[in-house]
Ligand binder design. Sequence first.
Ligand SMILES: *Cc1c(COP(=O)(O)O)cnc(C)c1O
Length: 374
Amino acid sequence: MKEVNSPFRSQGTPLEGIGGVHNFNAGPSILPKQVFEEASLAVLNYNDTGLSILEIGHRTPIFQAIMDEARALVKALMRLNNEHEVLFLHGGASTQFMQVPMNLLNEKETAAYSDTDIWGAKAIKEAKLYGNVDVVCSSKEAGYTFIPKDFAVPNDAKYFHITTNNTIYGTQWQKIPNVSIPLVADMSSDILSRQIDFNSFDLIYAGAQKNVGAAGVNLVVVNKNILGKVKRVIPTIMDYRNHIKEGSMLNTPPVFAVYVCMLTLRWLKNMGGVAAIEQLNNEKASLLYDEIDNNPLFFGTVAKEDRSKMNVCFMIKDKEHEEAFLAFAKQQNIIGIKGHRTAGGFRASLYNAAPLTSVQVLVDVMKEFSNKVG
Ligand SMILES: *Cc1c(COP(=O)(O)O)cnc(C)c1O
């Protein structure tokens, strides 16, 4: 790509740790700097067409190529088999809370759900609008601080729903449960961050704004064999089968958001794919958790074996230092580390595009602050 004198440079936003801002936002969140630059250029003049990406018809060969490449990249990066279809749909993950049961669950049937975070709880609430829900495991009573291990999933449930990474409290399923019924996952905050057998899921959805791209689009991967089994009338735009038939172009897709996803997926492929990013993600998470465990001022908030590599939640021992630490971190251009309003404390989101150098800066700042007040 052409070297651009990006306006972001002077404003110091997505500088990937080069003396600029260190962005740990939970979502929408950091994307690769080159994605911001390429997307900026495309808004002004897409590929020297003289047109902005924002004024190109979605049925043009130009956009068709973008959609095709985005879907193919997902297929390749996830090593999906031919039963799995890739869709880019409107709405955030919250739309999928409804669309999943609408397409998979009859009124008198039961779906199994796990309750491991506020997002999972919201998915349960929506599923109850369409059928019965059996909450087969929950860590709610313990403040969502662990991933349940011993539980049974009834064989006659229509599907089992999990949230692979719990964005708010910072836990993550390290081992994907092995079930005999269709497995459905909300992967909004850890999709394409680690090597798992994506084919073992029958439906995966993710709001794009955490690990895949810009807000306004959902990445959905669905095994087409599980569709078409409910009796209810599904509104046209809500039926996955219609989107599959139309190649994810049933109506106007969120063109720019899909384009940003495509650029981010391309970047991931050029980085070496999921295996390479997983290694980097492991390194970033170890660096920060080691500091949390070794620094006398801070402590982690969830069970060690269930710790998320994407959203690292921690607290400060002396609560009176909390605001001071946030202010101190801000002085060093660290942003987005305040915990979710229901969880409190701190949360550093280490998504794929977050550079190791930024994590190092955060760790140094924790050390410095600890020496200062300790
Ligand atoms: C952010 C998030 C959501 C909500 O996504 P929206 O796109 O805002 O609807 C759902 N699930 C998980 C796991 C999330 O992290």
